[in-house]
Ligand binder design. Sequence first.
Ligand code: 3PG
Length: 221
Amino acid sequence: MKQTGVDQGDAGAPLEPLDLADRGPVIPVVVIDHVEHAVPMARALLEGGVSVIEVTLRTPAALASIEAIARAVPETIVGAGTLRHAADVRSAHAAGARFAVSPGYSSAVVSACRTMALPLLPGVATASEVMRAADDGFRFLKFFPASAAGGPALLRAWASPFADIVFCPTGGIGIDNAPAWLALPNVEVVGGSWLTPADALAARDWPRLTRLAREASALRP
Ligand code: 3PG
């Protein structure tokens, strides 16, 4: 079993490991425009076997959506994504996010997460960023934007020099290419927006989300 806990390292208070990858092979990355969609969306994904959700802080509805999911769907681990500033971390924490995701590696975000004791999955796209994150104690990193930054070939190349690091590739991944990523020795979970298409949310097509979640869950029998 690869090491998959979201790790804050040794520079601050130790955090509970959060084994997101143990919940399934895909973490949906969600953009929510209407807070009323949040709970039915989380329930639909849960019905399809997906119980970890990253809600991106890209819309005015994001924080209220995190709060609503945390309250109404406690079986689901809801996290906040697209955290770029320390203030984002504080808002996400206050809303009830149980983990944080950043698109890149930021000392301000790392230190705010440490202060809040909020597990962080920080983004990296270069070997130097992997080394910085590893120096700070992280062993589970988001590889973003995964397809554009080098695809599975890049993570395969990193498996030997960074043998102790596990990645969650995100960006450009869908049901068709997810198996190639999940077959890598340093990947156990991938992120992607394909489980929650904007048109399905707009149409409140919750059964479609459940079908997509079921299909994603089956990527790792
Ligand atoms: C994002 O930036 O929204 C995430 O990385 C998801 O990317 P995707 O839409 O390509 O899955």
